[in-house]
Each structure stands twice: as C-alpha cells, then as structure tokens.
Unconditional design. Sequence first.
Length: 342
Amino acid sequence: RERRARFVGKNGACNVAHKNIREQGRFLQDVFTTLVDLKWPHTLLIFTMSFLCSWLLFGMVWWLIAFAHGDLDHSTRLQRDPAEGTAGPAAAFVPCVTSIHSFTSAFLFSIEVQVTIGFGGRMVTEECPAAILVLIVQNIVGLVINAIMLGCIFMKTSQAHRRAETLIFSKHAVIALREGRLCFMLRVGDLRKSMIISATIRMQVVKKTASLEGEVVPLNQIDIQMENPVGGNSIFLVSPLIIYHVIDKNSPLYDISPMNLHHHEDLEIIVILEGVVETTGITTQARTSYLADEILWGQRFVPIVAEEDGRYSVDYSKFGNTVKVPTPSCTARQLEEDKSIM
C-alpha cells in the first residue's frame, strides 16, 4: 500500500494546502499579520516600495507647489543669468522651498524631509503656508511607515518558531515495557542553555475513521494521555527527557501488535511541545510526528546523561540511539488479559 502523506512533518511544518479561498479580503483586515506572514523577498519588496512610493508621491507634491508658486521659472532664470540673483527685482523673490529647480531636486528634498537627512541646500520658507502643511503631513506619514515596516521586520526576526529550531525530538519512537505495562516512548531535548518556562507536551493520534452513521473523517484527531518523569503535562526541560504514554484500554494503540503495526498506514502520532521562551517571554511551539514505520517495537532509548567532574553531562550523539529489550509480541489488550488470568 502507498504510504499516507504526513499531516505534520518531522520538522513541525503542517502539510496542509488551502485552496479556493473566496474571501481573500479577510487577509487585508489584518494587514500587519499578513505582512509578518509573508516570505522575506515579498516583505523586503513591500518595505522598499513603501518608501519609494511615498518619496515619489511627496516629491511630485513639492514639485507642484514649486511650479504653482513660480519657483521653477525663477530658478531657471537665475541659472541663465546668475547676475539677477544679486540685484534687481528678481533678488526680492522668495521661493516656497529653496534650491528646487526640477523634479529631481524636488524628489531629493522629499527624501530629506522624510528620513531627516538634511544637507542645508534646500529648506522650506515661510512664504507658502501650503508647503508648511505638506511638510507636517509628510513627516507624520513617514513616521507611520517607519513604525509599521520596522515593527514588521522586528516581528519576523523574533518569531517564536525560530526558538523551536533548537527543540529536538528523537527520530523514532519506541514501544516497550515500563513498570510492567506497554508504553509508547519518545525523547525530547533542548539544545540551548536558556530554558523553556512552563513547558507542556501533548500528543494526538491522527487517522482516518468512520462513524456508526457512515460519516468518514479523513483526519480525526484523538488526544491521548501523556506521562513524564515529573508528573502531569508540565516538564522541566533542563536535560533531555523520555516522555511516554501508557497504552491502556483508553489508548488508540490498545489493539496494536508488532505484527500489524506496520499495516496501519493511516496511523500518525503528533507530538506538540509548548512553552514560554525565557529570554524573550514569547510563547513557542515545536511539533513533530511519527508514522507507523517510525515506531520501533521492543526497543528502549539508551542513557545519555552522566555525572562528570561534579556536573551532569549530556551526550547528544546518542540522543536517538536505542537498544533491544525483551518485549511481549502482543497487544496491550492481550497483555492485560494474560495478567488477569494469572
């Protein structure tokens, strides 16, 4: 049988494609989140175009103000006859903005106003109240664009899923005896020294099911109870931990044996680790999944924590290593029935 496509990849990415979304306008109702979710090339393109378009727009406004006031004609006349700038009626002319004689100079002045780069050659005079109003408006617009674009860049560089890159899961999960009961086990670890605060872990089984009425649910998500060495769902992830699920009568794995395990192509177990990043206070989430052929029956993870020179040392080269251990080749149901008979 063909292997079923993953619902969640090993790296935590969800393998879901959204098609035929007719209400695209909903994304524009939250523009900031849409910008943060965009890929980096698109974000940088919007970042660049937002500034260029605002500079060009206000550059055109400054050029129109100079044109309406006659600054361009006066500037052209001074260029043709520099002597008029020192004597005669032309010397009494006061422009709205000094040293603007073309659209290029108006565009340069627009950049100087918005990004506060001033070289002293162009400045607004008190001759035109409209020019002063445009100066105020452009400064406000520039501050808004800076706040949005820089906030977007900051959020993209500090997204929580970046921290999840150093939260690792074992490549394979195992099923073996623990305290006389069959358990589904996996190992989780954190490569950074900064901790994940209030870390919680949960697990779901995703498989195709059918109801009594004949309704087929292609991706039915079933929560299963997790156990860990410190009890409850909260874990102290200062060193790698083995998280396990006891396969009891309430478990979806209750009737799975090593003989039929690899015939469950529709079986996928998703593990989700959530917590607060200690250094930033942002909530992060790491995910992975295990298909039926990634579950090893009758294996156990090897120890990787040892005490050396008064400190505990973790050998990550053995993080996913397992060894074979004696394990019954039967389902958890059959194991409990045998114990009850004995």
